[in-house]
Design a protein around this ligand. Structure first.
Ligand SMILES: [Zn+2]
Ligand SMILES: [Zn+2]
Length: 294
């Protein structure tokens, strides 16, 4: 069988009808993926949130409620089912979603319920909240999280502990943006202190044992950062542990589709990584497939 192209993305495709902070409709993003020559494109809209206090200010201004989020998410799953069929002849389109870790006491059951009842191909497990406070949304929320944890080093440590617990709870196919904690922290030595690196390595060990793929997420590149997630310090651990990697453009607009992918490929090659791992739907089941980067 002919090997597929490394042009894949398994995390992204956030779209305007289902996500308040995305810019283009879902069919436009899918058309952009076809035009960009993707072999596989995985769409992973954000899971709904289940408590009104977790809605963003922009969502409240739009008059949205938790019921709005859930019905939009169900409509998303149905539209994606249709798009998978209509594009089947030229794009391996996968139906996924990006899980949340809130509410802390019930996210596990809620996310697994969504995956099963709406018949998703796969799940990206992401941590956007530490102790239920958002860490990637506004600087004000990030400051709250810093106060709650007692500074950046403690927050980063808690973040990786949350990643480890999320992996144990959800066993996601893919772990999204492994070091997202760096997004609002800026360059800071605390992010690579011995305690933080130990917590991150523990999370990576659980990822390895669970068989998850780590998302090489290109969103920092389009915002001017020198490398994608995960940072070089984690690439060494990932290579040492032989953890599989996939690409994710984390697109929230058609212009983001495929952005940063060639740079991310070079980044992996520079770290001695020669294979990318894809997900393929075979007879209704999802299997891993390794694709050479060269
Ligand atoms: Zn988003
Ligand atoms: Zn995310």
């Amino acid at each position: 069988m002919k090997k597929h192209s490394w042009r894949i993305s398994l995390h992204g495709g956030h779209s305007s009808a289902y996500c308040d902070h995305a810019d283009d409709p879902l069919d436009t993003l899918v058309s952009a993926a076809v035009e960009a020559g993707f072999h596989t494109y995985g769409i992973t809209e954000h899971a709904p949130r289940f408590r009104n206090e977790d809605l963003y200010a922009e969502e409240l201004e739009l008059g949205w409620t938790v019921e709005t989020l859930l019905s939009q998410f169900e409509a998303y799953a149905a539209e994606l089912d249709r798009l998978v069929q209509t594009h089947a002849h030229h794009l391996h389109l996968l139906k996924g979603f990006e899980a949340e870790v809130i509410p802390a006491e019930s996210y596990k059951e809620k996310m697994l319920h969504l995956k099963n009842t709406l018949n998703f191909d796969y799940m990206v497990g992401s941590v956007h909240y530490v102790h239920e406070i958002s860490i990637d949304y506004t600087q004000a929320h990030f400051e709250d999280a810093l106060d709650r944890c007692g500074g950046l080093e403690k927050l980063a440590q808690a973040y990786y502990e949350h990643v480890q617990i999320m992996v144990e709870d959800l066993k996601p196919d893919i772990v999204g943006h492994f070091d997202l904690i760096r997004k609002l922290a800026g360059p800071a030595a605390e992010l690579e202190s011995p305690d933080v690196l130990r917590a991150a390595e523990n999370a990576l060990e659980t990822i390895r044992e669970t068989g998850c793929i780590v998302d090489v997420n290109t969103s920092p590149l389009r915002k001017g950062a020198p490398y994608p997630y995960p940072s070089p310090v984690f690439m060494k651990m990932i290579r040492h542990k032989n953890i599989p990697l996939s690409f994710g453009d984390d697109s929230h607009a058609a212009a983001h589709v495929g952005a940063g992918l060639p740079e991310a490929r070079k980044y992996l090659l520079d770290h001695g990584i020669r294979l990318i791992t894809n997900l393929v739907r075979v007879g209704g089941r999802i299997e891993k497939e390794c694709i050479p980067l060269l």
